[in-house]
Design a protein around this ligand. Structure first.
Ligand SMILES: Cc1ncc(COP(=O)(O)O)c(C=O)c1O
Length: 526
Protein backbone atom coordinates (compact mmCIF):
# COMPACT_ATOMS: atom_id res chain seq x y z
CA UNK A 1 0.00 0.00 0.00
CA UNK A 2 1.42 3.35 -0.91
CA UNK A 3 1.73 6.08 1.67
CA UNK A 4 -0.79 8.88 1.27
CA UNK A 5 0.46 12.34 0.41
CA UNK A 6 -0.10 13.90 3.81
CA UNK A 7 0.89 17.23 2.59
CA UNK A 8 -0.20 19.89 4.99
CA UNK A 9 -0.67 20.60 8.62
CA UNK A 10 -3.32 22.83 9.96
CA UNK A 11 -4.48 24.05 13.29
CA UNK A 12 -8.00 22.79 13.64
CA UNK A 13 -10.65 24.43 15.73
CA UNK A 14 -11.33 21.21 17.64
CA UNK A 15 -9.70 17.79 17.91
CA UNK A 16 -10.79 14.93 15.68
CA UNK A 17 -13.04 12.20 16.92
CA UNK A 18 -11.93 8.76 15.78
CA UNK A 19 -14.36 5.84 15.99
CA UNK A 20 -13.31 2.22 16.08
CA UNK A 21 -16.00 -0.46 16.65
CA UNK A 22 -18.23 1.94 18.46
CA UNK A 23 -15.51 3.24 20.81
CA UNK A 24 -14.37 6.73 20.26
CA UNK A 25 -11.05 8.43 20.93
CA UNK A 26 -10.06 11.99 20.80
CA UNK A 27 -6.91 12.64 18.77
CA UNK A 28 -4.93 15.64 17.75
CA UNK A 29 -4.66 16.19 14.03
CA UNK A 30 -0.93 16.67 13.58
CA UNK A 31 -1.29 17.17 9.87
CA UNK A 32 -3.98 17.23 7.24
CA UNK A 33 -4.13 17.11 3.48
CA UNK A 34 -6.92 16.56 1.01
CA UNK A 35 -6.11 12.83 0.98
CA UNK A 36 -5.11 11.92 4.51
CA UNK A 37 -4.14 12.95 8.00
CA UNK A 38 -1.81 12.16 10.86
CA UNK A 39 -3.78 11.50 14.06
CA UNK A 40 -1.93 11.57 17.35
CA UNK A 41 -2.78 10.49 20.89
CA UNK A 42 -5.16 7.58 20.20
CA UNK A 43 -4.40 3.84 20.34
CA UNK A 44 -1.93 2.23 17.97
CA UNK A 45 -4.54 1.00 15.47
CA UNK A 46 -3.42 -1.90 13.26
CA UNK A 47 -2.24 -1.15 9.75
CA UNK A 48 -5.09 -1.32 7.21
CA UNK A 49 -7.69 -0.93 10.00
CA UNK A 50 -10.73 0.99 8.78
CA UNK A 51 -11.70 4.02 10.80
CA UNK A 52 -14.40 6.65 10.71
CA UNK A 53 -13.02 10.05 11.19
CA UNK A 54 -14.95 13.12 12.08
CA UNK A 55 -13.08 16.32 11.61
CA UNK A 56 -14.25 19.63 12.83
CA UNK A 57 -12.49 21.84 10.36
CA UNK A 58 -14.03 25.13 11.39
CA UNK A 59 -16.66 26.53 13.69
CA UNK A 60 -19.88 24.60 12.88
CA UNK A 61 -18.23 22.78 9.96
CA UNK A 62 -17.74 19.03 10.38
CA UNK A 63 -16.46 16.61 7.76
CA UNK A 64 -17.15 12.85 8.08
CA UNK A 65 -14.63 10.56 6.43
CA UNK A 66 -13.89 6.89 6.05
CA UNK A 67 -10.20 6.13 6.27
CA UNK A 68 -7.73 3.33 6.75
CA UNK A 69 -4.45 3.25 8.65
CA UNK A 70 -1.41 3.35 6.43
CA UNK A 71 1.45 3.96 8.82
CA UNK A 72 2.56 4.24 12.40
CA UNK A 73 4.54 7.07 13.88
CA UNK A 74 6.09 6.89 17.33
CA UNK A 75 5.96 10.22 19.13
CA UNK A 76 7.90 9.24 22.27
CA UNK A 77 6.62 8.97 25.85
CA UNK A 78 4.04 6.31 24.88
CA UNK A 79 2.32 8.55 22.33
CA UNK A 80 1.51 7.15 18.94
CA UNK A 81 0.44 8.66 15.69
CA UNK A 82 -1.31 6.90 12.86
CA UNK A 83 -1.21 8.06 9.32
CA UNK A 84 -4.59 7.54 7.66
CA UNK A 85 -5.64 7.70 4.04
CA UNK A 86 -9.16 8.92 3.34
CA UNK A 87 -11.38 6.65 1.24
CA UNK A 88 -14.12 7.23 -1.29
CA UNK A 89 -13.75 10.98 -1.15
CA UNK A 90 -16.42 12.89 -2.97
CA UNK A 91 -15.21 15.86 -5.02
CA UNK A 92 -17.17 18.05 -2.65
CA UNK A 93 -15.33 16.79 0.48
CA UNK A 94 -11.98 16.85 -1.26
CA UNK A 95 -12.66 20.44 -2.24
CA UNK A 96 -13.62 21.27 1.33
CA UNK A 97 -10.39 19.76 2.70
CA UNK A 98 -8.29 21.50 0.07
CA UNK A 99 -9.88 24.79 0.99
CA UNK A 100 -9.16 24.28 4.71
CA UNK A 101 -5.54 23.39 4.05
CA UNK A 102 -5.02 26.25 1.61
CA UNK A 103 -6.59 28.71 4.01
CA UNK A 104 -4.35 27.52 6.84
CA UNK A 105 -1.22 28.00 4.75
CA UNK A 106 -2.41 31.38 3.59
CA UNK A 107 -2.67 32.40 7.23
CA UNK A 108 0.78 31.00 8.01
CA UNK A 109 2.29 32.53 4.89
CA UNK A 110 0.70 35.88 5.66
CA UNK A 111 2.35 36.13 9.05
CA UNK A 112 6.12 36.01 8.92
CA UNK A 113 7.20 36.02 12.55
CA UNK A 114 10.02 38.52 12.01
CA UNK A 115 7.62 41.05 10.48
CA UNK A 116 4.85 40.83 13.04
CA UNK A 117 6.28 43.26 15.56
CA UNK A 118 6.68 45.96 12.92
CA UNK A 119 3.15 45.34 11.63
CA UNK A 120 1.73 45.65 15.14
CA UNK A 121 3.71 48.78 15.78
CA UNK A 122 2.26 50.36 12.65
CA UNK A 123 -1.20 49.53 13.97
CA UNK A 124 -0.34 51.21 17.26
CA UNK A 125 0.06 47.96 19.28
CA UNK A 126 3.22 48.49 21.32
CA UNK A 127 2.33 46.89 24.67
CA UNK A 128 5.08 44.31 25.02
CA UNK A 129 2.80 41.63 26.50
CA UNK A 130 0.25 42.06 23.69
CA UNK A 131 3.02 41.84 21.09
CA UNK A 132 4.45 38.74 22.76
CA UNK A 133 0.98 37.10 22.88
CA UNK A 134 0.51 37.59 19.15
CA UNK A 135 3.98 36.25 18.38
CA UNK A 136 3.38 33.27 20.66
CA UNK A 137 0.13 32.40 18.88
CA UNK A 138 1.72 32.55 15.44
CA UNK A 139 4.74 30.61 16.62
CA UNK A 140 2.51 27.83 17.95
CA UNK A 141 0.64 27.59 14.64
CA UNK A 142 3.88 27.47 12.72
CA UNK A 143 5.43 24.94 15.11
CA UNK A 144 2.46 22.61 14.68
CA UNK A 145 3.02 22.86 10.95
CA UNK A 146 6.76 22.16 11.47
CA UNK A 147 7.56 25.55 10.03
CA UNK A 148 9.05 27.17 13.11
CA UNK A 149 12.57 25.88 12.63
CA UNK A 150 13.75 26.62 16.16
CA UNK A 151 11.12 24.16 17.43
CA UNK A 152 12.85 21.34 15.56
CA UNK A 153 15.92 19.46 16.75
CA UNK A 154 17.93 16.45 15.66
CA UNK A 155 17.72 13.36 17.82
CA UNK A 156 21.38 12.37 17.55
CA UNK A 157 23.10 15.22 15.80
CA UNK A 158 23.27 15.34 12.06
CA UNK A 159 25.09 14.00 9.06
CA UNK A 160 23.60 14.18 5.57
CA UNK A 161 20.63 12.38 7.14
CA UNK A 162 19.13 12.99 10.60
CA UNK A 163 16.11 12.20 12.75
CA UNK A 164 14.31 15.54 12.98
CA UNK A 165 12.11 15.88 16.05
CA UNK A 166 9.38 18.43 16.63
CA UNK A 167 9.57 19.94 20.12
CA UNK A 168 5.85 20.71 19.93
CA UNK A 169 4.35 17.46 18.67
CA UNK A 170 7.21 15.08 19.53
CA UNK A 171 7.02 13.65 16.01
CA UNK A 172 10.31 12.25 14.71
CA UNK A 173 11.09 11.85 11.04
CA UNK A 174 14.16 10.66 9.21
CA UNK A 175 15.15 13.24 6.63
CA UNK A 176 17.88 14.17 4.22
CA UNK A 177 19.12 17.41 5.78
CA UNK A 178 19.81 20.51 3.66
CA UNK A 179 19.84 23.33 6.17
CA UNK A 180 23.25 22.93 7.80
CA UNK A 181 26.49 24.62 6.79
CA UNK A 182 28.67 21.63 7.63
CA UNK A 183 30.02 21.79 4.09
CA UNK A 184 32.74 19.16 4.35
CA UNK A 185 30.93 16.78 6.71
CA UNK A 186 33.87 16.98 9.13
CA UNK A 187 31.55 16.86 12.15
CA UNK A 188 31.36 13.09 11.47
CA UNK A 189 35.00 12.53 10.52
CA UNK A 190 36.52 10.05 12.98
CA UNK A 191 40.00 11.65 12.92
CA UNK A 192 38.44 14.98 13.92
CA UNK A 193 36.29 13.45 16.63
CA UNK A 194 39.32 11.63 18.10
CA UNK A 195 41.31 14.86 18.30
CA UNK A 196 38.43 16.63 20.08
CA UNK A 197 38.23 13.74 22.55
CA UNK A 198 41.98 13.83 23.22
CA UNK A 199 41.84 17.59 23.84
CA UNK A 200 39.01 17.08 26.28
CA UNK A 201 41.12 14.61 28.27
CA UNK A 202 44.22 16.78 28.19
CA UNK A 203 42.84 20.34 28.44
CA UNK A 204 39.55 19.73 30.27
CA UNK A 205 36.28 21.43 29.37
CA UNK A 206 35.76 25.22 29.47
CA UNK A 207 38.33 27.96 28.88
CA UNK A 208 37.02 29.92 31.85
CA UNK A 209 37.48 33.46 30.61
CA UNK A 210 38.33 35.81 27.76
CA UNK A 211 41.74 36.30 26.06
CA UNK A 212 42.94 39.27 28.14
CA UNK A 213 42.18 37.39 31.36
CA UNK A 214 44.15 34.25 30.55
CA UNK A 215 41.55 32.17 28.67
CA UNK A 216 43.83 31.34 25.72
CA UNK A 217 45.56 27.96 25.51
CA UNK A 218 48.20 26.47 23.24
CA UNK A 219 45.32 25.30 21.02
CA UNK A 220 44.06 28.85 20.40
CA UNK A 221 47.57 29.99 19.70
CA UNK A 222 48.03 27.21 17.12
CA UNK A 223 44.76 28.13 15.40
CA UNK A 224 45.86 31.75 15.08
CA UNK A 225 49.16 30.69 13.52
CA UNK A 226 47.51 28.26 11.10
CA UNK A 227 44.87 30.76 9.99
CA UNK A 228 47.40 33.56 9.50
CA UNK A 229 49.46 31.23 7.34
CA UNK A 230 46.43 30.04 5.31
CA UNK A 231 45.12 33.53 4.63
CA UNK A 232 48.59 34.98 4.02
CA UNK A 233 48.18 37.56 6.78
CA UNK A 234 50.61 38.53 9.53
CA UNK A 235 48.25 37.66 12.32
CA UNK A 236 44.82 36.22 13.10
CA UNK A 237 42.63 36.63 16.15
CA UNK A 238 40.24 33.93 17.30
CA UNK A 239 36.79 34.98 18.50
CA UNK A 240 34.26 32.71 20.19
CA UNK A 241 31.81 32.74 17.30
CA UNK A 242 31.77 34.00 13.74
CA UNK A 243 28.99 36.35 14.77
CA UNK A 244 31.13 37.95 17.44
CA UNK A 245 34.15 38.16 15.11
CA UNK A 246 32.11 40.42 12.81
CA UNK A 247 30.46 42.19 15.70
CA UNK A 248 33.79 42.82 17.40
CA UNK A 249 35.74 43.88 14.32
CA UNK A 250 33.14 46.07 12.65
CA UNK A 251 32.14 47.80 15.87
CA UNK A 252 35.77 48.56 16.73
CA UNK A 253 37.34 49.53 13.40
CA UNK A 254 35.46 52.68 12.30
CA UNK A 255 36.10 55.91 14.13
CA UNK A 256 34.09 59.15 14.36
CA UNK A 257 35.23 60.56 10.99
CA UNK A 258 34.85 57.25 9.14
CA UNK A 259 32.40 55.54 6.83
CA UNK A 260 31.46 51.90 6.23
CA UNK A 261 30.04 50.81 2.88
CA UNK A 262 28.23 47.49 3.24
CA UNK A 263 26.80 45.20 0.58
CA UNK A 264 23.00 45.24 0.92
CA UNK A 265 22.96 41.47 1.53
CA UNK A 266 25.69 41.53 4.18
CA UNK A 267 25.13 39.14 7.08
CA UNK A 268 23.30 40.41 10.17
CA UNK A 269 26.48 40.12 12.25
CA UNK A 270 28.19 42.67 9.98
CA UNK A 271 25.26 45.05 10.12
CA UNK A 272 25.01 44.68 13.90
CA UNK A 273 28.74 45.35 14.22
CA UNK A 274 28.54 48.55 12.20
CA UNK A 275 25.42 49.65 14.06
CA UNK A 276 27.12 49.03 17.38
CA UNK A 277 30.01 51.24 16.26
CA UNK A 278 27.54 54.12 16.04
CA UNK A 279 29.46 55.33 12.96
CA UNK A 280 28.07 56.28 9.59
CA UNK A 281 27.29 53.46 7.16
CA UNK A 282 25.66 53.15 3.77
CA UNK A 283 24.49 50.02 1.93
CA UNK A 284 25.34 49.61 -1.74
CA UNK A 285 23.42 47.42 -4.20
CA UNK A 286 24.18 43.74 -3.86
CA UNK A 287 27.33 42.71 -5.79
CA UNK A 288 27.03 45.91 -7.82
CA UNK A 289 30.55 47.27 -8.37
CA UNK A 290 29.29 50.33 -10.26
CA UNK A 291 27.01 51.33 -7.38
CA UNK A 292 29.84 50.78 -4.92
CA UNK A 293 32.14 52.96 -7.01
CA UNK A 294 29.60 55.74 -7.31
CA UNK A 295 29.17 55.73 -3.52
CA UNK A 296 32.94 55.78 -3.06
CA UNK A 297 33.18 58.77 -5.41
CA UNK A 298 30.40 60.60 -3.65
CA UNK A 299 31.13 59.89 0.01
CA UNK A 300 34.75 58.78 0.44
CA UNK A 301 36.31 62.28 0.04
CA UNK A 302 34.32 63.48 3.08
CA UNK A 303 35.56 60.74 5.41
CA UNK A 304 38.91 59.91 6.88
CA UNK A 305 38.91 56.10 6.81
CA UNK A 306 36.52 54.22 4.54
CA UNK A 307 35.76 50.52 4.96
CA UNK A 308 34.09 48.35 2.31
CA UNK A 309 32.65 45.17 3.82
CA UNK A 310 31.43 42.25 1.68
CA UNK A 311 31.00 38.49 1.82
CA UNK A 312 32.93 36.21 -0.53
CA UNK A 313 29.80 34.04 -1.04
CA UNK A 314 26.43 35.20 0.22
CA UNK A 315 24.73 33.01 2.78
CA UNK A 316 21.18 33.45 1.50
CA UNK A 317 21.71 33.92 -2.25
CA UNK A 318 24.69 31.60 -2.74
CA UNK A 319 26.33 33.95 -5.21
CA UNK A 320 30.02 34.82 -5.19
CA UNK A 321 31.26 38.39 -4.83
CA UNK A 322 33.09 40.04 -7.76
CA UNK A 323 36.16 40.28 -5.53
CA UNK A 324 38.65 41.10 -8.30
CA UNK A 325 36.59 44.06 -9.47
CA UNK A 326 35.99 45.26 -5.94
CA UNK A 327 39.70 44.96 -5.11
CA UNK A 328 40.55 46.80 -8.36
CA UNK A 329 38.58 49.83 -7.10
CA UNK A 330 41.53 50.35 -4.76
CA UNK A 331 43.48 51.61 -7.80
CA UNK A 332 41.17 54.61 -7.91
CA UNK A 333 39.84 54.96 -4.37
CA UNK A 334 41.26 54.80 -0.90
CA UNK A 335 39.53 52.26 1.34
CA UNK A 336 40.06 49.24 3.55
CA UNK A 337 38.51 46.02 2.23
CA UNK A 338 36.88 43.59 4.69
CA UNK A 339 35.78 40.17 3.37
CA UNK A 340 33.68 37.64 5.31
CA UNK A 341 34.64 34.17 4.03
CA UNK A 342 32.11 32.22 6.14
CA UNK A 343 30.84 30.37 3.07
CA UNK A 344 34.14 29.79 1.24
CA UNK A 345 36.93 29.29 3.78
CA UNK A 346 38.05 25.65 3.78
CA UNK A 347 36.73 24.69 0.35
CA UNK A 348 37.69 27.41 -2.12
CA UNK A 349 41.27 28.16 -3.12
CA UNK A 350 44.30 25.91 -2.96
CA UNK A 351 44.15 23.75 0.19
CA UNK A 352 40.98 25.51 1.27
CA UNK A 353 42.67 28.89 1.76
CA UNK A 354 39.51 30.66 0.71
CA UNK A 355 38.02 32.66 -2.12
CA UNK A 356 40.29 35.69 -1.69
CA UNK A 357 43.20 33.34 -2.28
CA UNK A 358 41.50 31.66 -5.23
CA UNK A 359 40.85 35.04 -6.82
CA UNK A 360 44.41 36.14 -6.18
CA UNK A 361 43.33 39.20 -4.18
CA UNK A 362 44.39 38.27 -0.62
CA UNK A 363 47.05 40.98 -0.62
CA UNK A 364 44.50 43.63 -1.49
CA UNK A 365 42.04 42.50 1.17
CA UNK A 366 42.91 44.15 4.47
CA UNK A 367 40.71 42.02 6.73
CA UNK A 368 39.78 38.41 6.03
CA UNK A 369 37.17 37.12 8.42
CA UNK A 370 35.53 33.70 8.65
CA UNK A 371 33.71 31.39 10.98
CA UNK A 372 34.77 27.99 12.34
CA UNK A 373 31.20 26.68 12.56
CA UNK A 374 30.82 25.72 8.92
CA UNK A 375 33.61 23.97 6.95
CA UNK A 376 35.60 23.33 10.13
CA UNK A 377 32.59 21.87 11.98
CA UNK A 378 33.18 23.59 15.32
CA UNK A 379 32.47 27.02 16.83
CA UNK A 380 34.32 30.31 16.67
CA UNK A 381 35.52 32.81 14.13
CA UNK A 382 38.62 34.72 13.13
CA UNK A 383 39.79 38.02 11.76
CA UNK A 384 43.13 37.92 9.92
CA UNK A 385 45.01 41.13 9.12
CA UNK A 386 48.26 43.02 9.60
CA UNK A 387 49.45 42.57 13.17
CA UNK A 388 48.94 46.23 14.09
CA UNK A 389 45.25 46.04 13.13
CA UNK A 390 44.85 42.86 15.17
CA UNK A 391 46.41 44.71 18.09
CA UNK A 392 43.87 47.49 17.57
CA UNK A 393 41.08 44.88 17.78
CA UNK A 394 42.63 43.27 20.88
CA UNK A 395 42.57 46.71 22.47
CA UNK A 396 39.09 47.76 21.46
CA UNK A 397 36.80 44.96 20.24
CA UNK A 398 34.56 44.27 23.23
CA UNK A 399 33.46 40.92 21.75
CA UNK A 400 37.13 39.87 22.01
CA UNK A 401 37.88 41.45 25.37
CA UNK A 402 34.77 40.39 27.27
CA UNK A 403 33.85 36.99 25.84
CA UNK A 404 35.13 33.63 27.08
CA UNK A 405 37.48 31.76 24.72
CA UNK A 406 36.51 28.67 22.77
CA UNK A 407 36.42 25.43 24.74
CA UNK A 408 39.36 23.04 24.22
CA UNK A 409 37.39 20.41 22.26
CA UNK A 410 36.04 23.16 19.98
CA UNK A 411 39.56 24.47 19.42
CA UNK A 412 40.97 20.98 18.81
CA UNK A 413 38.16 20.30 16.31
CA UNK A 414 39.21 23.39 14.37
CA UNK A 415 42.86 22.30 14.27
CA UNK A 416 41.95 18.77 13.23
CA UNK A 417 39.58 20.12 10.56
CA UNK A 418 42.29 22.43 9.19
CA UNK A 419 44.55 19.36 8.91
CA UNK A 420 41.79 17.47 7.09
CA UNK A 421 41.31 20.37 4.70
CA UNK A 422 45.04 20.49 3.91
CA UNK A 423 45.64 16.74 3.69
CA UNK A 424 42.38 15.47 2.22
CA UNK A 425 41.31 17.62 -0.75
CA UNK A 426 38.78 14.90 -1.60
CA UNK A 427 36.33 16.43 0.93
CA UNK A 428 36.18 19.71 -0.98
CA UNK A 429 36.22 17.91 -4.31
CA UNK A 430 33.11 15.90 -3.53
CA UNK A 431 31.37 19.02 -2.14
CA UNK A 432 31.93 20.85 -5.45
CA UNK A 433 30.92 17.80 -7.49
CA UNK A 434 27.66 17.43 -5.54
CA UNK A 435 27.00 21.14 -5.90
CA UNK A 436 27.37 21.02 -9.70
CA UNK A 437 25.29 17.83 -9.93
CA UNK A 438 22.43 19.20 -7.81
CA UNK A 439 22.34 22.57 -9.53
CA UNK A 440 22.09 20.92 -12.91
CA UNK A 441 19.28 18.64 -11.72
CA UNK A 442 17.31 21.53 -10.19
CA UNK A 443 17.80 23.74 -13.25
CA UNK A 444 16.63 20.88 -15.49
CA UNK A 445 13.38 20.77 -13.50
CA UNK A 446 12.91 24.47 -14.15
CA UNK A 447 13.67 25.90 -10.69
CA UNK A 448 14.82 29.50 -10.37
CA UNK A 449 18.24 29.40 -8.67
CA UNK A 450 18.95 33.10 -9.09
CA UNK A 451 22.60 33.96 -9.63
CA UNK A 452 23.90 31.41 -7.14
CA UNK A 453 26.88 29.17 -7.78
CA UNK A 454 28.38 28.29 -4.38
CA UNK A 455 27.22 25.20 -2.42
CA UNK A 456 24.36 27.33 -1.06
CA UNK A 457 21.51 26.70 -3.53
CA UNK A 458 18.49 28.96 -3.10
CA UNK A 459 15.22 27.91 -4.73
CA UNK A 460 13.15 31.07 -5.10
CA UNK A 461 9.48 30.79 -4.11
CA UNK A 462 8.09 34.33 -3.90
CA UNK A 463 4.58 33.24 -2.82
CA UNK A 464 4.94 32.68 0.93
CA UNK A 465 1.84 30.51 1.25
CA UNK A 466 3.23 28.15 -1.38
CA UNK A 467 6.71 28.36 0.13
CA UNK A 468 5.43 27.16 3.52
CA UNK A 469 3.32 24.50 1.91
CA UNK A 470 6.17 23.20 -0.23
CA UNK A 471 8.49 23.14 2.75
CA UNK A 472 5.99 21.18 4.89
CA UNK A 473 5.21 18.77 2.05
CA UNK A 474 8.79 17.82 1.29
CA UNK A 475 9.42 17.43 5.02
CA UNK A 476 6.56 14.91 5.16
CA UNK A 477 8.40 13.02 2.45
CA UNK A 478 11.74 13.02 4.25
CA UNK A 479 13.46 16.11 2.85
CA UNK A 480 14.34 18.75 5.43
CA UNK A 481 15.14 22.37 4.89
CA UNK A 482 13.69 25.58 6.30
CA UNK A 483 11.78 28.44 4.70
CA UNK A 484 14.04 31.47 4.42
CA UNK A 485 11.97 34.58 5.13
CA UNK A 486 12.40 38.01 6.71
CA UNK A 487 14.69 39.05 8.43
CA UNK A 488 17.11 36.63 6.70
CA UNK A 489 15.90 38.10 3.38
CA UNK A 490 13.88 41.20 2.54
CA UNK A 491 10.28 41.70 3.70
CA UNK A 492 7.79 39.48 1.79
CA UNK A 493 10.59 37.56 0.04
CA UNK A 494 10.91 33.81 0.31
CA UNK A 495 13.07 30.93 -0.75
CA UNK A 496 14.10 27.44 0.23
CA UNK A 497 17.79 26.92 0.76
CA UNK A 498 19.63 23.70 -0.03
CA UNK A 499 23.13 23.63 1.41
CA UNK A 500 25.22 20.90 -0.15
CA UNK A 501 27.50 18.78 2.01
CA UNK A 502 30.38 16.49 0.98
CA UNK A 503 28.51 13.62 2.68
CA UNK A 504 25.34 13.91 0.61
CA UNK A 505 25.05 11.08 -1.88
CA UNK A 506 23.83 11.20 -5.47
CA UNK A 507 20.88 9.07 -4.44
CA UNK A 508 19.92 11.64 -1.76
CA UNK A 509 20.29 14.47 -4.26
CA UNK A 510 18.16 12.65 -6.86
CA UNK A 511 15.49 11.86 -4.26
CA UNK A 512 15.45 15.44 -3.02
CA UNK A 513 15.15 16.96 -6.48
CA UNK A 514 12.41 14.49 -7.47
CA UNK A 515 10.43 15.16 -4.26
CA UNK A 516 10.83 18.90 -4.61
CA UNK A 517 9.89 18.91 -8.30
CA UNK A 518 6.78 16.72 -7.82
CA UNK A 519 5.46 18.92 -5.03
CA UNK A 520 6.41 22.17 -6.75
CA UNK A 521 4.59 21.05 -9.87
CA UNK A 522 1.47 20.26 -7.85
CA UNK A 523 1.62 23.82 -6.49
CA UNK A 524 2.17 25.18 -10.01
CA UNK A 525 5.53 26.63 -9.06
CA UNK A 526 7.38 25.11 -12.01
C1 LIG B 1 28.26 35.34 6.25
C2 LIG B 1 28.24 34.94 7.69
N1 LIG B 1 29.01 35.61 8.56
C3 LIG B 1 29.02 35.31 9.86
C4 LIG B 1 28.24 34.29 10.37
C5 LIG B 1 28.25 34.00 11.84
O1 LIG B 1 28.94 32.82 12.10
P1 LIG B 1 28.57 31.87 13.32
O2 LIG B 1 27.18 31.36 13.09
O3 LIG B 1 29.59 30.80 13.25
O4 LIG B 1 28.64 32.67 14.55
C6 LIG B 1 27.44 33.56 9.49
C7 LIG B 1 26.61 32.47 10.01
O5 LIG B 1 25.58 32.13 9.58
C8 LIG B 1 27.43 33.90 8.12
O6 LIG B 1 26.65 33.25 7.25
Amino acid sequence: MSLPRISARVTLQAPALVSDRGESYTCEVASLSATGALLVGGPRFDLDRELFVELQVAEGEVVFLRAHVVRHQHFGEGRYGVGVAFQALTPEIEGQLTRVVTEAYKQLGARVLGQVRGELQRRGVTDIAAVADELQRIKEDQARAHLFAADLFTEGGSDAVAQIVSGTTGEARECVVWSLNLYLGLNREQRVIDRAREALSRFGTGAGTSPPSGGLSRLHHQIERRVAEMTGKEKALVFSTGYSANLGALSALPGPKDLVLLDREAHASMIDGVRLSGRKWIAFKHNDVADLESKLERYAPHHENVFVAVESAYSMSGDLAPLREIAALKDRHRFYLYVDEAHTFGFYGEQGRGYCHEQGVSDRVDFIMSTFSKATASMGGFVAAEERFCTLLQASATAYIFQACLTPPDAATILASLDEIREHPEHARSLHEHNAYMREALAREGFDLGTSSSPVIPVYVPDLEKLYRLCAQIYMEGVFTVPVVYPAVGPNEGRLRFIVNAHHTREQIDRTVATLARNARALELI
